[in-house]
Design a protein around this ligand. Structure first.
Ligand code: SAM
Length: 279
């Protein structure tokens, strides 16, 4: 009998991945968790029925959510990651020599523990206790409320706006994020698919642009996520990705990111411009 894990991407569309083995299936205090070996994507993490990451395509998401904001900032010393319990964003952030300290706050210690056990490559920085990285288990919303004028770059590597991640998509949270950043700081958040979640993408852009002087959207092609077209919303106090010029040399290899992607990711198809700015 074939086995599958399935994400109900919309009421009308499912994505099912055939799996050879379910390695873990259980519940934390916050969500249902599955770790499975799939035939197409390799090992996958599924939270509350939503595909979070896979060994095969994780590099695209993690490089885009991390290197695009970090290379926009000329000197990112202090980085905060909200969510990101699999450790992929932290792994990429610590590779920047300019980055002195990364704080990661995920609400679910069980996701962190299982990622260390089942995703050794993704969780490398957490597993090896990288000296630049501090991992905290706690609510990112409460953490942000207390932070002030400290971070150069904030990465919101969250799950979808349901369950524990819901409050990470609110006006109050973006206000607190603005407050937590230094005067030239910037933040980025994964904001789903502009094709399938256009209403959400527009609402987030409207909120963020009410608070930040510069608001930009960028996209990446992520096979595991709904429609394969994923977007990230960026709010910045000073640096504009549309006028970016290389400000330092990249000292490590990447699989998706390059200097062309840093620019082209912000070039939007007309229908996405309509989502953001249309009537
Ligand atoms: N790449 C993924 C995606 O876009 O589907 C996100 C991956 S990461 C595993 C998402 C993490 O956000 C989860 O580990 C979850 O526990 C965490 N999370 C959800 N709500 C949170 C909150 N309020 N504070 C901190 N972390 C939260």
């Amino acid at each position: 009998m074939k086995k599958f894990v399935t994400e109900h991407q919309s009421p009308y569309l499912d994505l099912s991945a055939e799996v050879s083995e379910i390695l873990y299936e259980g519940k934390s205090d916050f969500q249902d968790i599955i770790v499975a070996d799939s035939k197409e994507f390799g090992r996958m993490l599924v939270l509350d029925g939503v595909f979070q990451t896979s060994d095969k395509d994780e590099f695209i998401y993690h490089e885009c959510i991390t290197h695009i904001p970090l290379f926009l900032h000329p000197n990112p010393k202090n980085v905060l990651i909200i969510g990101g319990g699999d450790g992929g964003a932290a792994r990429e952030a610590v590779r920047h020599p300019e980055v002195e300290h990364v704080t990661m706050v995920d609400i679910d210690g069980k996701v962190i523990e299982l990622s260390k056990q089942f995703f050794p490559a993704i969780s490398k920085a957490m597993r090896e206790n990288n000296p630049k990285l501090t991992v905290k288990v706690g609510d990112g919303i409460a953490f942000m409320r207390e932070a002030k004028d400290f971070y150069d770059v904030i990465i919101v590597d969250c799950s979808d706006p349901v369950g524990p991640g819901e409050g990470l998509f609110t006006y109050e949270f973006y206000k607190d994020t603005f407050k937590a950043l230094k005067e030239d700081g910037l933040f980025v958040q994964q904001t789903e698919s502009p094709f399938m979640h256009s209403k959400l993408v527009r609402e987030i852009k409207d909120c963020v642009s009410d608070i930040f002087p510069i608001t930009r959207l960028y996209t990446a092609f992520i096979p595991l996520y709904p429609t394969g077209m994923h977007c990230f919303t960026m709010g910045s106090k000073k640096y504009d990705p549309l006028t970016w010029e290389p400000n330092r040399k990249r000292t490590f290899p990447t699989k998706y990111y390059n200097e062309g992607i840093q620019r082209s990711a912000f070039v939007l198809p007309n229908f996405v411009k309509d989502v953001l700015y249309g009537e």
